[in-house]
Write a protein that binds this ligand. Structure first.
Ligand SMILES: Cc1cc2nc3c(=O)[nH]c(=O)nc-3n(C[C@H](O)[C@H](O)[C@H](O)COP(=O)(O)OP(=O)(O)OC[C@H]3O[C@@H](n4cnc5c(N)ncnc54)[C@H](O)[C@@H]3O)c2cc1C
Length: 460
């Protein structure tokens, strides 16, 4: 049912008339996120500037049982910020201040709408480092990163968003404001509620402040690219690197289709005569970096690398890393619809999973580009398709079912970093099992008995 004019007036009073969109042409931009083939019009979009405003909006929504979908920049890849029909989209992008950088405690406090890059830049400005770096970091918000527990290219060595969240301010569905966590390195007082909200995909509360851990910036870094005639050789190279007890900060791969699309798009001079490309980066103390880089180069050559190119300077290193960062955008140019997934398996099963994805694409006559975080076992098989072709979309869906089943069979998961949202909710019960599903549902009911926050997502 469309939102009543009375409710819209109340919202206007709460946030100010300039902070609410209700016209169809304005709402259209908020009717989708980064996920392909999903669209739903909201009832209105509200831009909040303070936690107090969010408290008032949620109280009103709870009283009137109106659905609320929190939105950062809308770059999510599982339909998490896709509106529910006639919902209030609560957008946090105007709450984008960096509130504090605390050098003594190595922490940074920000509002949820600050972009990931601004946080990384604010840390770098005083010689510190915020490692989580989703490919979308120039656009995505820290609130979105926390709500999705986002990963990135440096996950292998430095971990993911969860590893850097020390505290959160959260507005609960009934409007109560809760603070969880602090600047202490150790704190075991009570349940770690902070961890409950990380990765909760906007279903348990609205994050209004984030306290983050920073670390010292590594003194040196070396970047290299190795190409291989077969994906198995690249996968074996990754296994050998890990077995040699080297944990590179980046260990990413692109398959042949992705390499060609990236080169066509970004023109970085990638070699095209190969089946697989590894982007490898090591950072830390200069002596350790030199030693690890030499070992990684030797292991690449031992595994028959066609070419190993070591970046001569920072500019070339950035160019090579950009090649990987632009993989999704590059693939998205070649077909009307790009469906990117993130099935993840234990690293020991990576080569087998990559072969399986190739076989599934062949069986269903689909075009696929695969890239991803090889060091994490996190693959991004990306189907290049056209959502208007219903018959092909059916085949894509079947292919995904098989890929997710195989990931679970190999001890993996249906999502390593993009979340469940709407796109993968049908697959969650198989992955999580009955007991976890019941527990998650009960947790949600306890916090949001009226089910106003992001209804229909994850398992709702
Ligand atoms: C080109 C591209 C590359 C990407 N690369 C990566 C990658 O390397 N690693 C990775 O993990 N992801 C990646 N992503 C996915 C996406 O960028 C991340 O999930 C990101 O964290 C989403 O941030 P956002 O601000 O856009 O959030 P949105 O898409 O707006 O929201 C995502 C979810 O978070 C919830 N949410 C947002 N803000 C809040 C808040 N303040 N409080 C409570 N809930 C909130 C929403 O309700 C929704 O469920 C990529 C996406 C694109 C388009």
């Amino acid at each position: 049912m469309p939102l009543s004019s009375q409710l819209l007036d109340s919202l206007r009073n709460l946030v100010g008339p300039g902070e609410i969109l209700t016209q169809k042409e304005d709402l259209l931009t908020y009717a989708f996120d980064g996920t392909a083939a999903m669209q739903q019009m909201p009832g209105c979009v509200v831009f909040a500037r303070t936690a107090e405003q969010i408290r008032s909006v949620l109280k009103l929504a709870n009283e009137t049982k109106t659905p609320v979908v929190t939105r950062g920049s809308g770059t999510g890849l599982s339909g998490g910020s896709l509106p529910s029909p006639d919902c209030i989209v609560l957008c946090t992008v105007k709450m984008n201040r960096i509130l504090e950088v605390d050098r003594a405690n190595l922490t940074l406090t920000a509002e949820p709408g600050a972009t990931t890059s601004r946080i990384a830049d604010a840390a770098a400005a005083i010689g510190l480092f915020y490692p989580p770096d989703p490919g979308s970091m120039k656009v995505s918000t820290i609130g979105g990163n926390v709500a999705e527990n986002s990963g990135g290219l440096r996950g292998l060595k430095y971990g993911i968003t969860r590893n850097y969240v020390m505290g959160l301010e959260v507005v609960l569905p009934d409007g109560e404001i809760l603070w969880t966590g602090n600047k202490c390195v150790k704190d075991v007082a009570g349940y770690s509620l902070r961890d409950l909200f990380i990765g909760s995909e906007g279903t348990l509360g609205v994050i209004t402040k984030v306290l983050l851990k920073l670390i010292p910036k590594p003194a040196a870094k070396k970047t290299m690219v190795a190409t291989f005639a077969a994906m198995d050789a690249a996968a074996q190279c990754v296994s050998d690197i890990i077995a040699a007890q080297i944990i590179p900060c980046t260990l990413e791969f692109l398959d042949r289709t992705t390499i060609h699309c990236v080169e066509d798009y970004a023109k970085v001079g990638l070699p095209l005569d190969c089946e697989a490309l590894l982007l490898m980066e090591t950072d830390g103390h200069p002596a350790a970096v030199a030693d690890e880089a030499a070992q990684m180069e030797a292991l690449a050559r031992k595994n028959g690398a066609l070419q190993v190119r070591v970046a001569k300077d920072d500019a070339e290193a950035t160019r090579l890393a950009t090649a990987r960062r632009s993989a999704f955008s590059a693939l998205a140019r070649v077909s009307p619809t790009t469906i990117l997934e993130d099935a993840t398996v234990p690293r020991s099963e990576l080569a087998r999973m990559i072969r399986f994805v190739e076989a599934v694409a062949k069986k269903h006559r689909l075009r696929i580009g695969t890239f991803g975080h090889m060091g994490d076992g996190n693959l991004h098989p990306t189907f290049l398709t056209d959502e208007r072709n219903k018959e092909e979309m059916h085949r894509v869906h079947e292919a995904f079912k098989e890929i997710f089943d195989e990931a679970i069979h190999l001890g993996g998961t249906i999502t390593g970093e993009h979340g469940i949202g709407l796109a993968k909710k049908d697959f969650l019960p198989k992955c999580a099992g009955d007991a976890q599903m019941r527990f998650m549902r009960e947790l949600r009911r306890a916090l949001d008995p009226n089910g106003i926050l992001n209804p229909g997502k994850m398992f709702d």
